[in-house]
Design a protein around this ligand. Sequence first.
Ligand code: SAM
Length: 226
Amino acid sequence: MIFHILTIFPEFFDGPFRHGVVARAAESGTVEIRVHDLRKWTYDLHRTVDDRPFGGGEGMLMKAGPIFEAVESIWPERNSSRKAILLSAQGRKFTQNMARDLSGSREILLICGRYEGVDERVAEHLADDEISIGDYVLSGGELAAAVVIDAVARLLDGVVGNTDSIVNESFERGTLDYPQWTRPAVFRGWAVPEILLSGNHEQIRKWRRETALKKTLRMRPDLLNS
Ligand code: SAM
């Protein structure tokens, strides 16, 4: 899968994908991450990407022109396996299901806003979707783009070594993951639940399902009601 990132801070992405699962997926060629500097599609001396909002108000907005030109030059043709996504606090809240849907695309292009946001025509006429990574306001879409790429890339075939570990994860079966422990069996007087040392795999499976439900009820009851 190819991820394109459109940003005014291309150097931001020197770091996030140099480690772990996504780095390995990039090394093996399962994913390719192409970072595009939005200012490449500006033609004035100052390489301007922003302007004042119509109707007045605080700050500056990212102009539609450079973003449209960038996307149209990266993708001269659009089709259903190419998804352009605007990162935005006003978007649909990103979920594991959305990550799974996106993992079926061949190319994803993530548009990172800055300043007070992006001219609305980008959301209305260019992006296939507008996605928020949570109910808070970030200063730019770059962190959000990195989050989306990480969540989608790890769902691609062969990226996470053991597919079981994905199937059992939080959100995959309507609950959070079950709590887990590793050695030592007793740490500072806190012992691991005895059943996990029993070797009875059927009992352990049942117990894990129950504890996952209990933890979901405690931490995220909304998941059980949806
Ligand atoms: N004025 C906007 C609002 O209140 O909705 C916030 C603009 S924010 C300072 C600048 C950029 O950060 C946005 O254009 C968007 O790309 C990104 N951003 C901020 N919060 C985000 C979130 N929760 N999810 C995804 N992107 C976000």
